[in-house]
Write a protein that binds this ligand. Structure first.
Ligand SMILES: CC(C)(COP(=O)(O)OP(=O)(O)OC[C@H]1O[C@@H](n2cnc3c(N)ncnc32)[C@H](O)[C@@H]1OP(=O)(O)O)[C@@H](O)C(=O)NCCC(=O)NCCS
Length: 164
């Protein structure tokens, strides 16, 4: 009984939807809080209107709330590169990144993509765990790629195959 009451009051989980050019401002805001060098709204407008772009957003409260996460890829022929994945700090640790990535990968597969690449900072433990769980493995390493005051870090190049 108590479980049923709690379920009634719990907000629905975030819905995963196709991104639209009008989402650029929300994506720029999320990017600013997630990365050292934020990209501007106009940069996201340009990226989202590129026909090589494939992007999904997570909208809170079953799709009725604000954008709380996104993933953006660039697709060329049978290959794609995931450029960005980011979740609002308050949305992390709930499995939303796993769900948004799974939907994104299945959309890429349906569009004929058979191999996906991405680059990740070797020190980004949360992202590495997310990608490992999604089936990515290391295919290359760029030593000292990320320059940081606390010490340079390698960029790991990860990849996985998709079956159409
Ligand atoms: C990377 C990111 C998308 C992961 O999404 P998330 O929903 O926050 O993922 P979680 O918090 O569930 O973490 C994923 C896993 O990493 C673990 N993790 C989280 N933070 C960690 C840390 N600092 N050290 C070690 N492991 C960590 C979690 O425990 C979880 O593992 P589990 O499911 O086995 O418990 C999110 O952290 C984020 O937006 N980061 C900022 C932007 C970024 O770095 N993007 C990736 C590079 S493009």
């Amino acid at each position: 009984m108590i479980g049923r009451i709690l379920r009634f009051f719990r907000r629905p989980e975030a819905a995963i939807l196709d991104a639209r050019p009008g989402d650029a401002a929300a994506l720029a805001a999320l990017h600013r809080v997630s990365f050292r060098h934020g990209w501007s709204e106009s940069e996201f407008e340009r990226l989202l209107s590129d026909r090589a772009a494939v992007a999904h957003v997570a909208r809170a409260n079953g799709g009725r709330g604000p954008i709380v996460g996104f993933v953006l890829s660039h697709r060329v022929d049978h290959e794609a590169e995931i450029l960005l994945v980011a979740l609002a700090p308050g949305e992390r640790g709930k499995g939303t990144a796993t769900r948004i990535l799974a939907k994104h990968l299945s959309r890429l597969a349906a569009a004929g993509v058979s191999r996906v690449f991405l680059e990740v900072d070797e020190g980004n433990a949360a992202a590495r765990k997310l990608y490992a769980r999604a089936g990515f493995s290391e295919v290359g390493r760029r030593k000292g790629y990320y320059r940081k005051p606390e010490g340079d870090a390698a960029a790991l190049i990860l990849a996985r195959n998709l079956n159409g």
